[in-house]
Design a protein around this ligand. Structure first.
Ligand code: ADP
Ligand code: ZN
Length: 600
């Protein structure tokens, strides 16, 4: 075997060096060992099994739960000249037979396969006659019965080790906290696996979280910094994705909705356009995303709170996979928490699960209300500690002030107590502000001693006090009482003045860091026309080859061309993302553009 991993990386994929632990992971597989690889989205997991698949004898098998993801990967692999195919339910029996023939004849370097296919006896007996180089199990957390992505078929993958002795297996995932990690190893029956946990930080993503005041206005302001860029806006309900998409179109954006209730062909078409074009906004429920590995998503915006820190991190992780600056932006309010809790309560799940999920909602709310750098607690949540503030989040860029909230906390908790723990934040705030609303009068609350005792603070501050009391555990939103705020064991300490409270002041301005804006606009004015010409060249090649633009070249590759102005084929090979196959296919076209020759 004369080829080395480095050579394949350079020649085939066109990348100068490995990232993070990629090389060690590849080495482990080359030595025939099982491994568990935990790497955040965009970290570069695919190469870890693709390269061993090319270097070891036989076909590499990749178990992947999502058809869209498989197709994407196979398209990208073929673009760099690798013999790859997939087997899934989107194919006709004839197409599948053809793939199986190629497999039997040893013509495939990589075969992507859906888990439900791999558990059938037919596929298994076919595979037993074929030498396998590696078995990669993508999205391995789907084996965890605790997770949201649990898939029954994954449980059938445990015996692959016994079935294919001597073939290294690699379980790969972006989400696996301690418990899930153990579950993956056990259920997939990995044999003494090497465990690789990559740092979770995504330094190119800037985090901003705002209190929801005027969600649409806030979104619009944020999107001004992302005109003509691809991004995802997440909403909780299907209806909302449609109304927001329509509204964004009215505001001059190209936006499309995506949710599980749309007809399958509409969904597929909207997804296809999002992948293929580089300036489209998709407004989606969480049905959209898993398996979307479009590298040039420049922002992920949340108009509603996701249900956990894990979901938030996974969803925002879809931004900036190419390593270029990207934004994760979110607005949230107490109403979001109440709604999530109600949804949880109405679900069929058992009590233990509800408690577990309830705690996750609280953890996310707690993170939203954090004082100081946002990235540090986010990483700490995943067991990845960092000692320095990041300088690329709202907490760092516009630090929130704090104030002594002990008295305000007491007032609000008293109002909860006096109104018999039966009301939500909106009513409590009315009582504190001394508003004689219908509801106040109906319950005689204008007679209470707490009526009007909070006139010194505006209602936005009172809402913030309520959220922070929840975060600190002094108040709880009770789903059984329709989201009413109720006291907890620690409320008494606050009421007696024994527990001092420091609150965070909600920042008044929305922040978009000048640093980030500068980083996004890396293309200087005099380069603008060349940049547009390179993009146009990429777009026309993409249309000719019927693939998304980023499959031709990533933004990063075009940026390097712009910066280094390669003039010859060998200059081109020095650019990140250009290997021999892509040079042969596209090199000349881009060289003409770089030389300023008129388009052919
Ligand atoms: P994920 O971990 O989410 O599966 P991918 O494997 O899709 O991530 O990789 C994300 C992007 O990073 C891809 O476009 C891939 O080509 C690129 N990439 C992976 N490894 C390297 C590397 N060593 N150098 C440069 N780019 C890389
Ligand atoms: Zn920070």
């Amino acid at each position: 075997m004369s080829l080395s991993p480095q050579l394949v990386l350079k020649d085939v994929f066109g990348y100068p060096e490995f990232r993070g632990q990629q090389q060690s992971i590849i080495e482990a597989a080359l030595q025939g060992r099982d491994s568990l690889v935990i790497m955040p989205t965009g970290g570069g997991k695919s190469l870890c099994y693709q390269i061993p698949a090319m270097l070891r004898e036989g076909t590499g098998l990749v178990v992947s739960p999502l058809i869209a993801l498989m197709q994407d990967q196979v398209t990208a692999l073929r673009e760099v000249g690798i013999a790859a195919e997939f087997l899934n339910s989107s194919q006709s029996p004839d197409e599948r037979r053809e793939v199986m023939n190629k497999l039997r004849q040893g013509k495939l370097q990589l075969l992507y396969i859906a888990p439900e296919r791999l558990v059938t006896g037919h596929t298994r007996s076919l595979l037993r006659d074929v030498p396998l180089s590696i078995i990669a199990i993508d999205e391995a957390h789907c084996v965890s019965q605790w997770g949201h992505d649990f898939r029954q078929d994954y449980l059938g993958l445990g015996d692959l080790g016994a079935l294919f002795p001597g073939v290294p297996r690699m379980a790969v995932t972006a989400t696996a906290t301690g418990k899930t990690r153990q579950e993956i190893v056990t259920r997939l029956e990995l044999h003494e696996p090497d465990i690789f946990v990559a740092p979770f930080d995504r330094p190119n993503i800037g985090y901003t979280v705002q209190v929801k005041t005027d969600a649409r206005g806030q979104l619009l302001k944020f999107l001004q910094t992302h005109r003509d860029e691809a991004g995802i806006v997440y909403c909780l309900s299907r209806k909302k994705t449609e109304s927001i998409a329509t509204w964004l179109c009215g505001q001059g954006f190209e936006a499309l909705p995506y949710h599980a209730g749309l007809a399958a062909d509409v969904r597929a078409e909207n997804q296809r356009r999002f992948l293929a074009e580089d300036g489209l906004v998709i407004v989606a429920t969480i049905a959209f995303g898993m398996g979307i590995d479009k590298p040039d998503v420049r922002f992920v915006a949340h108009l509603d709170l996701p249900k956990s820190v894990e979901s938030y991190y996974q969803e925002t992780g879809r931004a900036g996979r190419d390593g270029e600056p990207a934004d994760a932006w979110m607005v949230y309010g107490l109403q979001d928490v109440v709604r999530l809790r109600q949804m949880l309560d109405e679900s069929q799940a058992d009590e233990e699960y509800k408690r577990y999920e309830g705690a996750k909602i609280d953890a996310l709310l707690g993170w939203c209300e954090v004082i100081g750098c946002r990235r540090r607690p986010l990483l700490a949540y995943f067991g990845d500690s960092q000692n320095e503030d990041c300088g690329n989040c709202d907490g760092c860029l516009t630090p929130a002030n704090t104030w002594d909230g002990s008295e305000a906390g007491q007032k609000l908790l008293s109002a909860v107590y006096r109104t018999e723990q039966r009301f939500g934040a909106a009513h409590l705030v009315d009582v504190l502000l001394g508003k004689k609303t219908d509801k106040v009068q109906q319950h005689g609350h204008e007679q209470l001693s707490v009526f009007g005792i909070g006139k010194d603070l505006p209602s936005t501050t009172w809402r913030s006090v309520a959220r922070q009391l929840i975060v600190a555990g002094h108040l709880r939103s009770d789903a059984a009482r329709f989201g009413a705020l109720v006291l907890t064991e620690t409320s008494r300490g606050v009421l007696r003045g024994e527990t001092p409270l420091q609150f965070r002041e909600d920042p008044k301005r929305s922040v978009v860091s000048s640093k980030k804006v500068a980083a996004i606009r890396v293309v200087g004015e005099q380069d603008e026309s060349l940049w547009e010409a390179l993009r146009a060249c990429r777009q026309s090649l993409a249309s000719e080859h019927n693939v998304p633009a980023y499959v031709i070249f990533h933004d990063k590759t075009l940026h390097e061309m712009l910066a280094y102005r390669p003039q010859t084929a060998s200059d081109m090979l020095g650019i990140s993302g250009i290997g021999q196959t892509k040079l042969d296919r596209y090199g000349d076209r881009f060289l003409s553009v770089l030389r300023g020759e008129p388009a052919a």
